[in-house]
Design a protein around this ligand. Structure first.
Ligand SMILES: [Zn+2]
Ligand SMILES: [Zn+2]
Length: 166
C-alpha cells in the first residue's frame, strides 16, 4: 500500500477520471472506446516508452487545468502536462484518445489491438519472459522503496491539490 491509498474517498469517485502525475491536469470521460497500443516511432518518442497505450475517450472534459500541446505532425497534436510532462492525449481531429496509464483505473482500458506494427521494437514480443526482481530480493532496494514518499496525485479526484504544506 502506498501513502496515497490512505487518502479519503473523494465525493465524486464514480466515472472515468484521470490526469497527470502531478495533479495539475485532471479529466473525466463519459465513456471509453477502443483501447490500443501503437508501435509507431512517434508514440515511442512521445511516451518515452516502447509503445503508445491509447483509448478513445468520448465526452472528454477537463476538470482541472488543461494540457499543453505539441503538434507532432501536420495531422496530430499531443497533449501533456506542462508542469510534470505526463503524456495525456492524442488528438487527431476526431474523438480524442487518452493515455491509458493516465486513467485513475487503467484496468478499464485493456488493449484489444496493436497498430503500426512496422515500427514495433524487436524485443517487444519477449518482454513477458524477462526475469522478475521483487524488492525483497535486495535489501538495498527494499529500503529505498520503503523510504519513498509519493508526491503523485492519488487515483481519484481531489478538492484541492497539492495538499497544504507541500
Ligand atoms: Zn502534471
Ligand atoms: Zn503511434
Amino acid at each position: 500500500m502506498t501513502p496515497t491509498d490512505l487518502s479519503p474517498t473523494p465525493p465524486q469517485a464514480e466515472g472515468l477520471s484521470g490526469g497527470c502525475q502531478c495533479g495539475a491536469v485532471r479529466y473525466r470521460a463519459g465513456s471509453l472506446g477502443r483501447a490500443s497500443i501503437c508501435h509507431c516511432r512517434m508514440c515511442q518518442k512521445a511516451f518515452g516508452a516502447f509503445f503508445g497505450p491509447l483509448v478513445t475517450a468520448h465526452d472528454l472534459v477537463w476538470t482541472r487545468g488543461h494540457p499543453k500541446h505539441f503538434a507532432s505532425s501536420n495531422k496530430v497534436r499531443r497533449g501533456f502536462c506542462a508542469d510534470c510532462g505526463t503524456p495525456l492525449t492524442y488528438d487527431w481531429g476526431g474523438d480524442v484518445e487518452i493515455a491509458i496509464g493516465s486513467l485513475d483505473d487503467p484496468e478499464l482500458a485493456a488493449p484489444v489491438i496493436q497498430v503500426n506494427p512496422a515500427d514495433r521494437l524487436s524485443f517487444f514480443a519477449r518482454l513477458h519472459e524477462l526475469p522478475v526482481r521483487e524488492p525483497s530480493h535486495n535489501a538495498g532496494v527494499a529500503a529505498f522503496m520503503a523510504g519513498i514518499e509519493s508526491r503523485q496525485h492519488p487515483d481519484h479526484d481531489t478538492e484541492t491539490w497539492p495538499p497544504e504544506g507541500r
